[in-house]
Design a protein around this ligand. Structure first.
Ligand code: HEM
Length: 411
């Protein structure tokens, strides 16, 4: 098919990229009928099949990650002025960076998340999980998001990064604001208001890095400062602050939503939950299937820097691509009976919830560890956990982050 002249099709016009409430039927249709289609709503080419998504991730020279944190609604002149005045200077370091700078920085950040380092944090993470589950277990029914899963990944992340736990509510609010500003569709006035909240977030991070430089501690921020060893050729302080603001956004909303998706499905088909309560050693494997079935980063972006063809469709240089990870993960060519939850799939390590290739989620070891610890704690302390009947699920309007906003449970 050649879409050079008019790329708009029925799928293009039916697809609302910000509506994440029930995306799967349209994506299944796209995989069958038109696996690559254009979305005029956001001016992105939407890629739905597993092999195409993976090939794009693999070819990072044709498809760079430069657009992964570009605002969907470009910043107005007023916003740009506010950022300049506010000395807002984060630079591409990880998710939206390209080699060779990405290669240099990523090699250093990889060392922070080594299996040994992660293991050293396990006892502290267990304590955070015990405390959270202990608190919620006092009153049923409860919204488990508001009472537990919204905060838990933030407390874990703050502990490992060495950020004071008392700052969790403020930083969560800033991070949520940043996600809406970049991934949502704010009006001009909302964009200005959100920017007003973005500048103090950056200042907070810059101050944090300066404090750790003065007095390094046993945390990942200090690890990065130690790796720099005062040498700007290794890593500048502005790059460290840019890494920190990235981690402080990437490292908790994603995990909150992934835990919510996992709990929703395990408790909807409750036999799975009961099986895990009886055999908690299966929880890590079950989490992989949950990530395949309903990944919290449901779509991720790439920028085509040269003209190419994807599945027969001509993609012009400069085109934006939206890679539908939740569609790739339900591609029947790779995962038979994709709409079923099957815990023992032989090829679960092929699932794409953490991306693939040079930008593969650097926080995956931490995410896997903290999710498993929380589910183990819940299975042990609240095996009677169940969903409150008849609740309607709500999802925030944005293009990338999918998870129910609230989840009412009882036990
Ligand atoms: C279940 C939770 C999580 C999910 C589903 C998730 C998913 C993803 C995805 C899809 C990517 C893009 C990969 C690509 O472009 O190929 C990514 C990148 C990234 N993630 Fe995660 N993530 C999670 C948790 C975390 C945590 C806990 C952290 C930090 C502590 C983190 C930090 C990052 C960073 C810094 C990148 C950019 C890496 C790079 O470009 O080199 N993520 N993640």
């Amino acid at each position: 098919m050649n879409h050079t002249h008019c790329p708009i099709t029925n799928l293009s016009s039916d697809f609302d990229p910000l509506d994440l409430s029930d995306p799967f039927p349209l994506l299944a249709q796209a995989r069958r009928e038109q696996p690559v289609f254009y979305s005029p709503a956001i001016d992105y080419w939407v890629v739905t099949r597993y092999e195409d998504v993976k090939a794009i991730f693999r070819d990072h020279e044709t498809y760079t990650a430069a657009n992964t944190i570009s605002p969907i609604v470009p910043f107005s002149a007023a916003v740009q002025e506010m950022l300049a005045v506010g000395d807002y200077t984060p630079e591409p370091v990880l998710s939206n960076n390209v080699p060779p700078s990405h290669t240099r920085i990523r090699a250093l950040v990889n060392r922070l998340f080594s299996p040994r380092r992660m293991k050293s944090f396990a006892p502290a993470i267990r304590e955070i999980a015990e405390r959270g589950v202990g608190r919620i277990s006092k009153r049923a029914p409860a919204d488990i998001v508001a009472e537990l899963t919204y905060e838990y990944p933030a407390y874990v992340l703050f502990h490992v990064l060495g950020v004071p736990a008392a700052d969790v509510p403020q930083v969560k609010a800033w991070a949520g604001n940043r996600i809406k500003l970049y991934y949502g569709r704010p009006t001009a006035d909302e964009q200005i208001e959100m920017t007003r909240n973005l500048v103090p977030f950056w200042r907070y991070v810059v101050k944090l890095v300066a404090e750790k430089e003065r007095a390094p501690q046993d945390d990942l921020t200090s690890d990065l400062i130690r790796l720099r060893a005062g040498d700007d050729a290794v890593l500048t302080l502005n790059e460290i602050a840019s890494c920190m603001i990235t981690l402080l956004v990437a490292g908790h909303e994603t995990t909150t939503a992934q835990i919510n998706n996992a709990l929703l499905h395990l408790l909807t088909e409750r036999a799975h939950w009961e099986a895990l309560c009886g055999a908690p050693e299966r929880i890590p494997g079950a989490l992989e299937e949950m990530m395949r079935y309903d990944p919290s980063v449901c779509a991720w972006r790439r920028l085509a820097v040269k003209a190419s063809r994807i599945n027969g469709v001509e993609i012009p240089a400069g085109a934006n691509l939206l890679l539908m990870l939740h569609s790739a993960n339900r591609d029947e060519a790779v995962f038979p009976e994709p709409d079923e939850i099957v815990m023992e799939r032989g090829n679960l390590k092929e699932q794409l919830a953490f991306g693939y290739g040079i930008h593969y989620c650097v926080g995956a070891p931490l995410a896997r560890l903290e999710m498993a610890i929380l589910l183990e704690t819940l299975a042990r302390k609240l095996p009677g956990l169940r969903l409150v009947d008849g609740q309607e699920l709500a999802y925030t309007r944005n293009i990338s982050f999918r998870g129910p906003v609230a989840l009412r449970v009882t036990w």
